[in-house]
Write a protein that binds this ligand. Structure first.
Ligand SMILES: Cc1cc2nc3c(=O)[nH]c(=O)nc-3n(C[C@H](O)[C@H](O)[C@H](O)COP(=O)(O)O)c2cc1C
Length: 196
């Protein structure tokens, strides 16, 4: 993981949204790649995602604080508006809640709002074979894809692992896959509001 970034951010602002998986521990690798790809990056985590990340290192790396919780009424916006969002790792929990429009975390609030504004969004789930086999997860991914979310999932991206073995496969994760799905994404006409 590198120090303060030098990205020009010519692609705009990318929110990297990290959920509660051990993969989130290495999300700095994604930040590096995104910055090299021309994005200015802000990291948002779910409350469970926050347990895995190094907030101080990510803040140094991105130049922005890592956000996890909704702000209080009257608090200022601390992040620039997003031009695109990448949920990586996306958990089964967040995918299912997102697909039905639940906004009980900041990450979900940003995603639901961004979707309504036409902001390009990609999602790269990471989970085990048992959780991925739940029918609700499959239908949630299908619904999100139908609504224009770039869902990057399947054996061609990352092979599903057995329960309890996720930690062993972290180094093989293709961090570029979600970024590739956003290449060519047009900037939204209306930037995402920062009401959340
Ligand atoms: C050590 C540990 C590893 C986990 N790994 C994953 C994972 O890789 N993928 C997943 O979908 N859920 C995983 N979970 C379960 C999620 O953390 C749990 O469903 C949580 O509620 C997700 O919240 P979030 O979607 O708000 O991040 C893991 C839980 C623990 C304690």
């Amino acid at each position: 993981m590198s120090g303060p970034h030098t990205s020009t951010g010519h692609r705009g602002v990318l929110y990297v949204i990290a959920c509660g998986s051990p993969l989130a521990r290495h999300v700095g690798r994604l930040v590096d790649l995104a910055q090299s790809d021309g994005w200015a990056v802000c990291v948002v985590t779910t409350p469970d995602g926050a347990k895995f990340v190094d907030r101080a290192a990510l803040a140094r790396q991105t130049g922005h604080p890592v956000r996890t919780h909704y702000k209080n009424p009257g608090d200022p916006d601390v992040l620039p508006a997003a031009d695109a969002m990448l949920v990586c790792p996306a958990t089964v929990n967040t995918v299912n809640k997102w697909a039905v429009g639940i906004t009980d975390t900041l990450a979900l609030g940003l995603l639901v709002e961004a979707q309504g504004l036409g902001v390009p969004i990609a999602a790269v789930p990471y989970t085990n074979v048992a959780m991925a086999g739940h029918p609700a997860f499959r239908s949630s991914l299908a619904r999100l894809a139908e609504w224009g979310v770039r869902v990057v999932f399947g054996d061609h991206v990352v092979r599903l692992h057995a329960p309890g073995t996720g930690e062993r496969h972290l180094d093989a994760f293709p961090w570029d896959a979600g970024l590739a799905a956003l290449r060519g994404a047009a900037r939204p006409v209306v930037p995402v509001a920062r009401a959340v």
